[in-house]
Design a protein around this ligand. Structure first.
Ligand code: F6R
Length: 610
């Protein structure tokens, strides 16, 4: 939710800031702006809409300085407009902000009562005025920011310029992410790693209640109360090319095609094929801990939540441990029963989703152990967790998650096998079959990807005008049905619902007629016959059936209007193959309709608001 970027160095700031914003545009794209130190003060350019509008505005009015900050916005307070776009300026101060200031109304009233004029409807402008007020009292920028943040409640990552201190940027954070990049002769800041990859791999993650002064030669870091902090930079292994489109029309399509590679990277070094086991020293649980877990609570939002439903099924089946899934936003604040003996697995590709972060924190405070599954190294959820089991999908730029979802599935299955081995609930043969199956999965997916894309493109020609689509599945196919529906909704704006196939007759069947395509997931698993019956029930209501069937399953295919074939797999591995055609279905419908696939309306990739 909003992306911020900053640069201090000898190079011109504008191209670097624009490039950074382009890489952060997935975080919000309803307006954007830059502030740069010029010879006679701070100059600002802002524009409503996508970044290209800001680029156009900048081509008319160049900004020449070498120190600057930028912002791409996802509106929370105040509609998208130029006056609400960041940076916000007050006296000598310019501020960009990602987050939400909860007590902004109270602070606004206080500032207005003491004569400040607030031009926008945003909460961010309040921060600029608070800092300005402190500088009027004679404080330097760092002290002014420290004092101001003492009045602020809520989430923020801010980058601040002051006309009086033109060679530095001051950044601070609480709850929202901020990373500092260091290189020879230049220092950067950004909301996320990909913005800085073309310039440096050396990064430092700011913690909550920390403030840093960025100068060309480096940075100094302290707590908000002034205590010095010493933190070494980490080398990030992602390359800038990983965050490029690489000839694909959209990031989403590239990321779907990257799934075999993302899985290989995630599985690498973790499959112990010799002992039919999983090698995961990073999960921070001893053999005894594994036996003592009474219950697993899986916390996540959106697509990651769908991965956790599959995770729950695997944990129950393979480790015979009671497991529940919870939407992180619903777990919070309702006094859910959690405590010692519970292992909480918080799953989040960004590692920053505020609901997941706060829910996991709440569980940890009540005595549960927290294991994070995240894709972004050093992000907030892994930092608060007791241990982290990272996915290695590489940077995911498309707002609709695909390859990260796939790697979350891999980690959840690996963890279930690991736990099952420790608890003695899976035998050697069963474990060997799963480990070998997992090792082959990247290849199994890769082999069919192009063909599946062609098959789905062809099917979509007949169904792209459908206004409602249902997705049905049982067992491990149920969360994939939910995921297929979410993907379609978010990028093509078509109404879609995912249902447990057995639930159809309890209500949704009333929706069916000849205009409603029903996508039925029917891998050859233990649910096959019952799903077949559910499909017949839909057919009897004249619904058009699109089957996701095992290759060569002519019996199922003969009952479908159209079908896509997936590779036969061990039934526990079916989600890895069945979800691919669903991702491609959503992509092809959206592409056919010409929607903005990588940046769908109203969405943002990292949700740091509640
Ligand atoms: C949908 C999607 C979202 C995220 C959700 C949680 O394609 O990507 O539903 O899954 O916002 O995000 P993370 O995984 O970063 O916690």
């Amino acid at each position: 939710m909003c992306g911020i970027v900053g640069h201090v160095g000898a190079e011109k700031a504008t191209p670097i800031l624009l490039d950074g914003l382009r890489r952060l545009e997935y975080r919000g794209y309803d307006s954007a702006g830059l502030a740069v130190h010029a010879s006679d003060g701070i100059e600002i350019v802002r524009a409503v809409g996508k970044l290209r509008n800001l680029e156009k505005a900048l081509s008319e009015k160049g900004l020449l300085g070498t120190v600057g900050i930028g912002h791409t916005r996802w509106a929370t307070h105040g509609r998208p407009s130029e006056v609400n776009a960041h940076p916000h300026i007050a006296g000598p101060i310019a501020v960009v902000h990602n987050g939400i200031i909860e007590n902004h109304l109270e602070l606004r009233a206080e500032l207005e009562a003491s004569g400040f004029t607030i031009a926008s409807d945003t909460d961010t402008e309040i921060i600029a005025h608070l800092i300005h007020r402190e500088t009027q009292a004679g404080h330097d920028m760092v002290t002014a920011i420290r004092h101001s943040l003492g009045h602020v409640e809520g989430a923020y990552a801010i980058a601040v310029l002051s006309e009086r201190e033109p060679n530095r940027i001051v950044v601070a954070k609480s709850a929202s992410p901020l990373v500092i990049g260091v290189s020879n002769g230049a220092t950067y800041c950004a909301s996320d790693i990909p913005a800085l990859l073309p310039y440096t791999n050396e990064m430092v993650f700011l913690e909550d209640s920390e403030i840093a002064v960025l100068e060309a030669e480096g940075f100094t870091l302290t707590k908000l109360d002034g205590t010095p902090v010493s933190r070494r930079s980490r080398k990030i292994s992602w390359s800038p090319v990983m965050a490029e489109k690489d000839g694909y029309k959209h990031f989403m399509l590239k990321e779907i095609f990257e799934q075999p590679r993302a899985l290989e990277d995630t599985l690498r070094g973790r499959l112990d094929r010799e002992n039919a086991d999983i090698f995961t020293p990073e999960i921070g649980l001893s053999e005894d801990d594994a036996k003592r877990i009474d219950r697993v609570i899986l916390l996540a939002c959106g697509t990651s939540h769908h991965a956790t439903i599959a995770g729950r099924y695997w944990l129950e089946e393979l480790a015979k441990v009671p497991a529940i899934t919870e939407l992180a936003s619903e777990f919070r604040g309702r006094d859910a029963v959690v405590g010692e003996g519970d292992l909480v697995i918080a799953v989040s590709q960004s590692g920053e989703t505020i609901d997941t972060l706060m829910a996991a924190k709440e569980a940890k405070e009540r005595g549960a152990k927290v294991l994070a599954i995240a894709n972004v190294n050093g992000s907030a959820i892994p930092r608060m967790a007791d241990a982290s089991f990272y996915t290695h999908a590489g940077p995911e730029i498309g707002v609709a998650s695909t390859k990260c979802f796939m790697t979350q599935l891999a980690n959840l299955l690996m963890f279930s096998i690991w736990l099952g081995r420790r608890r003695g609930t899976i035998d050697d043969a069963q474990a060997a079959e799963l480990v070998e199956g997992l090792a082959r999965i990247p290849h199994v997916i890769a082999e069919r990807l192009r063909e599946t894309h062609l098959m789905v493109t062809d099917i979509v020609r007949d169904f792209s005008e459908a206004r409602d689509v249902l997705f049905l599945g049982r067992g491990l196919s149920f969360p994939m049905a939910l995921e297929g529906a979410l993907k379609l909704k978010e990028i093509s704006y078509v109404h879609a619902e995912g249902y447990a196939a057995g639930e159809m007759k309890h209500g949704p069947i009333a929706l069916l007629d000849a205009h409603v395509p029903v996508v039925v997931l029917m891998p050859q698993d233990r649910h096959y016959d019952r799903v077949s019956s559910n499909m017949q029930e839909a057919r009897a209501r004249e619904a058009k059936i699109i089957g996701v069937t095992t290759a060569g399953d002519t019996q199922a295919q003969s009952l479908c209007d159209r079908f896509v074939e997936v590779a036969p797999t061990h039934e526990a591995l079916s989600p890895f193959v069945t979800v691919v055609p669903l991702q491609l279905y959503a992509y092809c419908v959206a592409d056919h309709k010409g929607t903005d696939v990588d940046q769908p309306r109203n969405l943002a990739k990292t949700v740091t608001v509640e």
